[in-house]
Structure formats: C-alpha cells, structure tokens
Design a protein around this ligand. Structure first.
Ligand code: AMP
Ligand code: GLY
Length: 423
C-alpha cells in the first residue's frame, strides 16, 4: 500500500525508516519531510494542517494509510475530517480523533479524565480570568514550587514552575489576563508540585487492546545538569534503567489499564499512540501529562528497539486485532543525542552546511531540522540531527552516539554531553 507520514522531525524520519522496511509498503511519502526522509521516501511540500490539501494529495497519490507524527493535526481533527468524507473514509488514520486528542490539547480535559477514572496525578484546580482571585487563594494553599499550565497547546512552552508566590501570582495574571500564551492560556491549570524522577511510557491501542511499548526518558533542558531553557528534547534513552518490573507493573495496573478502560467508559474510540508522562514519587508513578502521539526524540530510541513490521501493527487497528500481534523488542539499550543549532531554543541561524554525516558508521543519524540542497545537507531548524546507537546498557549506547556525534559538524553545533547523568 501507499503510505503518507505527516511531519518533518527526527520522529518522522524514524517512522519513515521503519515503514520503508515493511513488506506491506509500496510507495512512501512524507509531508513535508526533511533531508532524511527525502533519502528514503518522496517528500510532499504541503501544509499538514490544511486538511483539504492533505486530502487532495492523498487521493492523487493513492494513499491507504496516514501516520500522523505531531499533535496539531490530531487536535485540529484530521482523523474526523478524513473519516467523515466519502472519498477518504477508507484511508486508515494512525492517530486518535479530535475528542481523544483533547487529552493533549486541553490540560483541563486531561485532568478531569484522570480524576474521573481514579488515575494517580497531582492535585489541581483550573482557573479563568473570571475567577483569578480564587486562583490566588488556591496558590496560597500550595507549598512552592508552583506549577502553572496553560490549558491549550503552547508549543511545549506552556508550563511554568515558579519558586516564589509573587512570581506565581504575576504569571497567573499574565497568562489569564495578559494572554501570555494567547488563547491557550485562557484557562490555567494550577498543580501540586510532584517531586520525583520523570519517565515516559508509550502505549499503542486499537481501541480495545493495547501494547505497552518500551519506556524512555528524555532530557528537555538545553543545559547540562538539566539547567536553562526547555527545548523539544536534547536526548533520550530506552529502556529507563530504574523502571524495573515492579514499577512497570504498577504503571500498567494503576495507569495504563484505567486509561484504556476510561476511554471506553467515556465512549472515546482511540487508535494510535498514547504517550504518558510520569513522575515517580517514592515509587508511586503519577501522570503529569498525556500526549496523543509519540515523543521526539523518544521515538528515535523506542522505534529502533521494536523489531516488528510496524505497518502490520497499524493494519491490525482496522479489525481491532492488536492482541494477535506479539511485540518483539530488542533487549539492548538505545540512546539518542540531539545536535542542535547554536542559540537554540532562542534565536539561531539556518542554512548552515552540515558535514560528516557519511562518516557515521555505528549509529543511525535521524534528520530533524535539516534540508537537502543538491548534494549537501543544511541546517533548517533548532534540533538538527538525532544520533541513535545501541549498547548493552545505556552508557555503552551513549558512548557510541557521542563517538558518532564527534564525526559530524556544522558551525555553532551544540549537544549535551551529559545525557543519562541523573541515572
Ligand atoms: P508537561 O508539558 O505537562 O509535560 O510539563 C513540562 C514539564 O514540567 C514536565 O516534563 C515536568 O518536568 C514539569 N512538570 C509538569 N507538571 C509537574 C508537576 N506537577 N510537578 C513537577 N513537575 C512538573
Ligand atoms: N520530547 C517530548 C515530547 O515529544 O513531547
């Protein structure tokens, strides 16, 4: 079949490599794609949030399956759009419908879901500009640090963690009244701060059955020792070494099963990935967020460990037979290190020539913010490449990725040398 992947990051390059290796794939397209996907698929330069354009392209290219990488088309309802249209309803969309995508698109919706289904999470309350003063009162009941979350999508920037009460009060006002994050902060979730170590778990569901995918941990801050501004992610490892069998069992029983059952109870038909962000507080995992897609760069360590034909897995969604598939996971560890443009996540230049990718032999170089022009690859975003390697443990995998990273160069290139430092 012909398959279209939507997105242009390292995640989508990782999906493209997997899909390209499937015996079920005839032609593979990526929209808009990057220099990495261009080498193994056909890039289509379209706006993936313009669903009419995605529809026209899909019909023209004879697409039977669309794999949605990022959250915004899902939150904007691409799945509903395709399934309501006579001409496109037979195209399988890998990713949930709009109501389910609210688990990521609205923090308030997600919190209500968590509480309704008794899934462990931080205590919270939601405020709007109309009850700002109640927000101040609620802040007084908490012990610092204060966690403020814009309700809607804010490109990963909508969570503020503040040590001081006055800052929290000011920022709450900025968000609700000053529209700090535009419409996304017209509602703000204030949460109890959870003190613990983070990990992510990934679940694939056909709506009835589910498979737990390998765990991963990403490193979001730009600076070593988890300092400085938040980024999309500077590196990741899989599996997470402290996620032992006991903890995984707890996560499955207390979080994954009630999530899948909760979706059913709420009559939400979900097909696709559920990315659950967790904080482990004294061995009690609690949910800090749901995402309705895979993570980036987590995908670059989770997918390489899955040895199954991914298209076969996706095909099982149609008749809800995911339970018939046995997941084969590589027991080795995978680590990825993200090479970013100098200045990221603030201002940075684009269009800088990248050299040395060909000299990498023992790792996979996933392209992210990179474009190909004639024979050469140039930077085209903040996160430029993600270099993934395997090892018998995460330290060995990281050593391999760092060795490979040292072979690549572009002016201003930066990467964290301390991924996994806290483990
Ligand atoms: P989110 O976008 O919800 O994942 O939040 C971004 C980051 O903020 C998370 O990766 C955590 O590091 C942190 N965070 C979110 N919620 C909490 C919380 N309740 N307690 C402590 N840290 C949090
Ligand atoms: N790496 C975090 C995310 O994809 O949301």
């Amino acid at each position: 079949m012909n398959i279209l992947i939507l997105g242009s990051g390292g995640r989508e390059h990782a999906f493209a490599l997997k899909v390209a290796s499937s015996k079920l794939t005839e032609k593979l397209f990526v929209a808009p794609g990057n220099s990495g996907t261009q080498q193994i698929a056909t890039n289509v330069p379209i706006d993936i949030n313009d669903f009419e354009e995605v529809k026209r392209t899909s019909l023209k290219l004879g697409i039977s399956m669309i794999i949605v990488g990022p959250e915004d088309p899902l939150v904007n309802g691409i799945h509903d759009f395709f399934s309501k249209d006579e001409q496109t309803k037979s195209i399988a969309i890998i990713g949930p419908k709009q109501n389910a995508a609210s688990l990521e698109g609205s923090k308030d919706f997600a919190k209500k879901f968590l509480v309704r289904h008794n899934i462990p999470t931080a205590a919270y309350a939601t405020f709007t500009r109309e009850n700002l003063n109640e927000g101040f009162e609620f802040l007084k009941t908490l012990t610092p640090p204060y966690v403020l979350k814009a309700d809607g999508l804010a490109a990963g920037k909508g969570v503020l963690i503040l040590d001081n009460f006055d800052d929290a009060k000011n920022q709450l006002t900025e968000m609700l009244v000053g529209e700090k994050f535009g419409i996304a902060s017209s509602k703000v979730v204030i949460e109890e701060f959870l003190d613990g170590i983070e990990l992510s778990c990934f679940v694939l569901t056909d709506g009835v059955n589910y498979k737990v995918l390998p765990t991963a941990k990403d490193y979001k801050r730009i600076g070593e020792g988890d300092t400085g501004l938040n980024t999309g992610g500077m590196g990741a490892i899989s599996p997470v070494p402290f996620a032992n069998e006991k903890l995984l069992k707890k996560i499955e029983q207390n979080i994954i099963v009630p999530t899948i059952q909760g979706l059913k109870k709420d009559d939400i038909d979900y097909q696709g990935f559920i990315f659950i962000g967790l904080i482990n507080v004294n061995n009690e995992p609690k949910v800090i967020e749901y995402n309705v897609r895979m993570g980036d760069p987590e995908t670059e360590v989770v997918l390489p460990r899955i040895q199954n034909d991914i298209v076969e897995i996706f095909q099982s969604f149609k008749n809800k037979t995911l339970d018939k598939i046995e997941l084969n996971v590589d027991h080795r560890s995978a680590a990825t290190v993200v090479l970013v443009s100098g200045g990221y996540p603030s201002n940075y230049n684009k269009g800088i020539k990248i050299t040395g990718i060909d000299h990498v032999v023992d790792s996979t170089v996933y392209h992210a913010g990179a474009v190909q022009k004639k024979e050469d690859v140039y930077t085209n975003g903040g996160r430029v490449l993600a270099i993934t390697s395997f090892g018998n443990n995460f330290q060995e995998a990281l050593t391999n990725s760092y060795k490979s990273a040292s072979r690549v160069n572009f002016e201003g290139m930066y990467y964290r040398k301390d991924i996994g430092f806290d483990l």
